[in-house]
Structure formats: C-alpha cells, structure tokens
Design a protein around this ligand. Structure first.
Ligand code: GLA
Length: 412
C-alpha cells in the first residue's frame, strides 16, 4: 500500500517506457569480476522466512529470535528454510562518521546475527538505494560501501535492496523527463551496491526489489542479482496471489542457478486464505522455482500450515537441481495447467482451478497431448502422497482455488 502511494506518479510516467531501454555499459559486471564466494550463493532458490508479511513495521529483535527458534523447532530448518530475514524498520540513525546504527527495536544487531547463526541458520537484512526505505527509515544512498561493510561485520548473509525513495529522490530528480535515463540510474544503483557487497568478500545473497520495472529479469544478473522481484507487493488474498502467478508465465528462461525470478514472499498461513488457496499458492511458487520465504507468524503456526510449508515433495520441486522454472502450458477458462521439467527427465504438472464455477456436470478434461505426454502417466499426487495415473481426456474435479500437483518420474 505504502509503495503504491509513494510510486503512483512514477508508475504513470513509466507506462510509456518500452523494452528498448538498455542496461548501460557502466552497470554491466566487469569483464574480470573477482571470483568472490558470493558467486556460490542461491544455487537453488533461497529458502527461509522474512518478517514483513506478518509483522510489517512492528518487527523486533525478539520476533526475529522467536522465528529462528521456530524454524528449528518446527522442522522447517531441516526442510531447507535457512534464511531469517529482517525486512524494513530496523534502521536507526547515522553517527558523525556516517555509520548506521539499528534502532531501539534492535538493540544489538551483531548479537542477533550471532544468535541466528548459533541455530545453524543465516540472517538477512533490508535497505534501499534511496535516501529512505519504503517505510521512510534510513536508506543507503551515498553510504553503499559503508553499509555493505557494516552488514559484513555483523555477519549478514542476505540483502534485500528495495528501490522506493530512489525513484523520487534520484531518478526523477536527476532525469525528470527521460525515462530511459531513469532506468539507467536505477540499474547503476543496484550495480553499485553489488560492487560494495562483493568488496566485503562475504557471500551475501543480493535480492533486487524494484517491482519488475524495466524487465528487470533481462539485466538483474548483470548487476549481481541472485533474485529479483517481478511484480508489486503480494497480499494474502487469492486474487492477488493468482494475478502474480499469472504474471510469471513466460519468464522461465530468465531463471537458473544463482539467479531467480521472485514473485514475492509467501503468504501461506496469513490472512484468511483457505487451505486450498495455501496449497495452490505453495504449489505455484514451487512450479515457478520461486524463492520460498515464509512470511507467517511461526510461533503461532497451525499444524496444517506447517504441513504445507514442510511438504518435502513440493519443496523438492522448487529446489530441483535442473533449475528450470515451470511454464503455463495452457488454460481452459479458469483452469490453468502448468508444467515444470525436473532433473533426471521427470516432470511436475500442476492443475489449478482458479475459479469456482465448474461443476461435475461439466468437469475439466485433462489434455496430456497438450503437455507433450502420450498415454497414461503414472505419478505421485504430492498433496495426498498417493500414486495417481493421469489419462488422456480424464475428467478432473478440483475444488475452488485448489490444485492437483503431480510428479511424474518417467513421463512418456
Ligand atoms: C516494499 C516491498 C515490501 C516490503 C516493504 C517494506 O513495499 O516491496 O516487500 O519490503 O517495502 O517497507
């Protein structure tokens, strides 16, 4: 919401932009980039937890410690969730030397990082290339190298870098009537922080958050992005989740080991999402090879939500070593059919009923042929755990907003 207000004028202006905007030479990775250990992060989509979707601006040191405790206690850590990410509102003031301090909600960031690390987890933090963050706390503008060094001293493993005030504060100010120049300033800001992070020598996942502007997937890897948001913010309601998922169709070729499309953090367990909606959301994110950053209240997580977030079969789809993002192969009205190629020749198929207007009188009939499959396919239904055989033309009845997610190890 906040970002909508902050960016409204900029968004209007940007609609005239074309894909012709190019990444400036200055933002490209240097030809002989040092082989920093950072090259090795995010080999599969990052997994963990982030404070924003549930705690919003109220997050404290205590919440972060509790989240770390719960990742361990619930088995989520064992299932692969390792990053504990502090989002916006941890920032305090800069001292006379320009060194940023955390605010009262986070009395000792180094001690917090040590605590999270002591659990065998990693810790993430948040900033903006602008003067202020989205919640109007201190940003990193003109302090990039200093902030990156600070993060490294604290032991930070992940940075989400959120455009926000860089738009009015720098882009619109420096290039008021030149959208292409604004986009070059934006890319250069990300390149600058990437350089600062690399200079620390610490492996730090670099997460770009600029809402998908200027086809970020085309240039994010060249500015060191390990993941990049492809859309505006997610909210815990089906229409928003489904819209975001639909907007990922066609972006698959841009994702791969070390660099991923990010359709935003998970809302599983938040708001009033039904169990079917939570399952579909999680299934879609797995099909999309999306980062799996849970965003719910871990100390009060219901068992059925934990079961969704820790479904190993679904996580295996997300984390598949081939690193090929799935595609929406076809739709029939409100039913979408997605396919993802997996390592070893396996495939995953997700059939989503995005609506609620289809009844047994006229069920959806599956077309295996459109999926490039021939004859009956034996697989595993990843939500019931049972074997299933999919047949050409078979009628499928899916409840409102529910999903059938099947892994086929030997497709024909
Ligand atoms: C933006 C981002 C969100 C969150 C908030 C924090 O809206 O897109 O994910 O980080 O800022 O202020």
């Amino acid at each position: 919401m906040r970002i909508v207000a902050l960016l409204s004028s900029a968004v209007l202006a940007l609609t005239s932009l074309t894909a012709a905007s190019q990444t400036p030479a200055s933002t490209k990775a240097p030809a002989k980039a040092p082989q920093a250990p950072q090259q090795m992060v995010a080999q599969t989509p990052p997994m963990g937890w982030n404070s924003w979707n549930f705690f919003d601006e109220k997050v404290t040191d205590k919440d972060i410690r509790a989240a770390a405790d719960q990742l361990v206690a619930t088995g989520m850590k064992d299932a692969g969730y390792v990053y504990v990410n502090i989002d916006d509102t941890w920032e305090g003031q800069r001292d006379a030397d320009g060194v940023l301090h955390s605010n009262d909600k986070f009395p000792d960031m180094k001690a917090l990082a040590d605590y999270v690390h002591s659990k065998g987890l990693k810790i993430g933090i948040y900033s903006s290339p602008g003067p202020k963050t989205c919640a109007r706390f201190e940003g990193s503008l003109d302090h990039e190298a200093q902030d990156a060094q600070l993060y490294a001293q604290w032991g930070i493993d992940y940075l989400k870098y959120d455009l926000c005030s860089f738009i009015p504060g720098v882009m619109q100010k420096q290039a008021p009537n030149d959208k292409a120049a604004q986009m070059r300033l934006m890319a250069a800001a990300y390149a600058k922080m990437n350089k600062a992070l690399k200079a620390t020598g610490r492996p730090i996942v670099f997460s770009l958050c600029q809402y998908g502007w200027d086809a970020v997937w085309e240039w994010a890897p060249s500015v060191g992005g390990n993941l990049w948001r492809t859309t505006g913010d997610i909210t815990p309601d089906w229409d928003r989740i489904y819209t975001i998922a639909s907007q990922q169709a066609g972006l698959g070729n841009y994702a791969g080991s070390g660099h991923w499309n990010d359709p935003d953090m998970l809302e599983v367990g938040n708001g009033n999402l039904s169990l079917a909606e939570n399952r579909s959301h999680f299934s879609l994110w797995a099909m999309l090879a999306a980062p799996l950053l849970a965003g719910n209240d871990l100390p009060n997580m219901k068992p059925e939500i934990k079961d969704i977030l820790t479904n190993r079969d679904v996580i295996d789809i997300d984390q598949d070593k081939l690193g090929k993002q799935g595609t929406r192969v076809y739709s029939e009205g409100e039913v979408d059919v997605w396919k993802r190629r997996l390592a070893g020749g396996a495939v995953a198929i997700a059939i989503i009923n995005a609506g609620d207007n289809r009844y047994s009188t006229h069920p959806f009939h599956l077309s295996l042929a459109q999926l490039g499959l021939h004859g009956p396919q034996s697989g595993k239904d990843l939500w019931t755990g049972k074997r299933i055989t999919l047949k050409e033309g078979q009628p499928l009845e899916l409840a409102r907003h529910d999903v059938l997610l099947v892994r086929i190890d030997a497709p024909r």
